[in-house]
Design a protein around this ligand. Structure first.
Ligand code: 5RP
Length: 278
């Protein structure tokens, strides 16, 4: 791994803790204005100081992220299908490596649809992305997307994550499951946990904690943050869990103590300046 790639990887996985809080706000690429992200800029701006990396589409980055903000960007590089179309799982490449570089992103995320009818296309396109990323020192993250009919169990997710690593992924994003340590053990590259649909805060925090305890380097979480009653308090609670070794109960207590406050975090909380150091 050359200097540029290492430097980009350290922007995603913070060297001080070896962990990562990636904020997933790419959902509109197939869902449109999904709940919590109707006004993307308004929803995402207050969360940026608390994430290590933003996972978003190039369109929203260009239209809604102030280029003066010092936040590393991972770009959603697959798509083309929608929740209302006939073939949601037939994604293709949606951005060029030139545009990834133009946007000064640290890398891309690409969905591999293992087990779906179009798995071959997505694996081959992901492999092309690995070549492009290797050429320019960018990070290629494979997103192990799961179709409606596939079980999110350790057997399936181990297969998908291992395939991602074998095809050259630098990071793999996958779902939590029972026996998650088996998924991590058989995948030699860092894993970040996807959040999935909105669940109660304690459950989401416990899931993230369990994933990290099983060996994940962090999360790439979306709905469980931006659909929380207070997304700013929730992202700080997740941050406490990931970078400050809070237990799920401590993180929930933090959330409950801070959730009524609107606007910037209370001084007694995990301040942006403080968290940016890790
Ligand atoms: C789908 C995705 C999503 O677009 C998103 O990043 C998932 O985030 P979350 O499940 O935490 O809302 O990667 O495969």
């Amino acid at each position: 791994m050359d200097w540029g790639m290492k430097n980009r990887l350290y922007k995603i996985i913070r060297p001080k803790t070896g962990r990562s809080l990636m904020l997933a706000v790419d959902h509109g690429y197939f869902l449109g204005p999904t709940t919590g992200l109707e006004d993307w800029k308004k929803a995402v701006d207050p969360l940026i100081p608390y994430c290590d990396t933003l996972f978003a589409t190039r369109g929203m980055v260009r239209a809604c992220v102030d280029p003066r903000k010092n936040v590393p960007i991972m770009l959603r590089a697959s798509g083309g299908t929608s929740i209302v179309g006939p073939e949601l799982l037939h994604e293709g490449i949606t951005i060029s490596v030139e545009d990834v570089l133009r946007l000064n992103a640290v890398g891309i995320g690409y969905s591999i649809l293992v087990g779906a009818p179009w798995e071959r296309d997505t694996m081959l396109d992901f492999s092309k992305w690995v070549d492009d990323c290797e050429r320019y020192g960018l990070i290629a993250m494979a997103v192990t997307a799961v179709g409606k009919d596939m079980a999110k169990d350790a057997r399936y997710l181990s297969l998908a994550c291992r395939m991602a690593a074998e095809h050259g992924a630098h990071i793999v994003k996958t779902y939590y499951c029972d026996g998650f340590e088996k998924v991590v053990e058989s995948c030699p590259v860092p894993i970040v946990m996807a959040g999935g649909k909105k669940i109660p805060e304690l459950e989401a925090l416990t899931m993230a904690h369990n994933a990290i305890s099983a060996g994940a380097v962090g999360v790439d979480m979306g709905r469980n943050i931006f659909q929380a009653d207070d997304p700013v308090a929730m992202i700080q609670a997740v941050r406490g869990l990931i970078h400050k070794k809070m237990t799920p109960k401590e993180a929930l207590q933090f959330y409950n103590e801070h959730k009524k406050a609107s606007g910037p975090a209370k001084k007694s909380g995990i301040a942006a300046d403080d968290t940016k150091k890790v």
